[in-house]
Design a protein around this ligand. Structure first.
Ligand SMILES: Nc1ncnc2c1ncn2[C@@H]1O[C@H](COP(=O)(O)OP(=O)(O)OP(=O)(O)O)[C@@H](O)[C@H]1O
Ligand SMILES: Cc1cn([C@H]2C[C@H](O)[C@@H](COP(=O)(O)O)O2)c(=O)[nH]c1=O
Length: 220
């Protein structure tokens, strides 16, 4: 592990299983890393009141037909800036492993491609926000967007956010953009087949982390 910490992001379409996988990974990683582990999320962030307030606004289904696409993009970028400065950088500076549920690639895929604002423009706005702080590794849970949306509609009806309500064409553009990013930045992206049973997805992700963090599993 690098002395200045390790930064890992999880990405994927709606319902790919990021939250479920991270919950299981936390149980396995916490005893090994203890207080060197920080799990956080976007939009928002661990112990980050301002970024979480922006999350509430940007995901609120009440604003479904109201929010200008660039307002949306800039809110995500502003939330990210606060997350980087207030949560991620301080944790990395003390040598922590920081794992975030979504980060900059979500904006490139959702706002750049999904909303059609342009992946280059969204990457540029976010470069300004994050000042070059890209993850060391990005674990992409790959799933057909319709399968992910079906999972959410069947299991998580009470937690549907504003973007879940966009049509399937939007989510297909998002998925295609993620695939382009994963191909263009294959050193950073690791793709996991999220259509497998959840336990297998968790095991596949765990193997990636054991290798990346050089974890001792001899007593597991
Ligand atoms: N591999 C899987 N097979 C079947 N169901 C799954 C699998 N992974 C997750 N699920 C179920 O799909 C639903 C969505 O999972 P989860 O909330 O973990 O996804 P997510 O990627 O965090 O979604 P979002 O980005 O929309 O928050 C949950 O009800 C979860 O139990
Ligand atoms: C960071 C980020 C997120 N989004 C979208 C993706 C999802 O629809 C929601 C987040 O909800 P989750 O259940 O917590 O995954 O926001 C986006 O469009 N752009 C972004 O930068």
């Amino acid at each position: 592990m690098q002395e200045q910490g390790m930064f890992i992001s999880f990405e994927g379409p709606e319902g790919a299983g990021k939250t479920s996988v991270l919950r299981a990974i936390l149980e396995r990683l916490a005893p090994k890393l203890q207080d060197r582990l920080l799990i956080t999320r976007e939009p928002g962030g661990h112990d980050n009141a301002i970024a979480e307030r922006i999350r509430d606004v940007v995901l609120d289904p009440a604003y479904i037909d109201m929010m200008d696409p660039w307002t949306e993009a800039l809110l995500y970028a502003a939330s990210r800036r606060q997350h980087v400065e207030g949560t991620i950088k301080p944790a990395l500076a003390t040598g922590k492993v920081v794992i975030t549920d979504r980060y900059v690639d979500s904006s490139i895929a959702y706002q750049g491609a999904g909303r059609g604002l342009g992946t280059d423009k969204i990457a540029a706005v976010n470069d300004f926000a994050i000042q070059g702080l890209y993850p060391n590794r990005t674990i992409y849970l790959d799933l057909d967007p319709q399968v992910g949306l079906d999972r959410i509609m069947q299991n998580r009806q009470n937690e549907i956010n504003r973007l879940d309500l966009d049509g399937i064409d939007f989510h297909r553009r998002v998925s295609a953009a993620y695939h382009e990013l994963a191909t263009a930045q294959s050193d950073r992206f690791v793709m996991i087949d999220a259509s497998q049973p959840l336990a297998k997805v968790i095991d596949d992700v765990w193997l990636v982390l054991v290798d990346l963090l050089n974890l001792d599993t001899s007593e597991d």
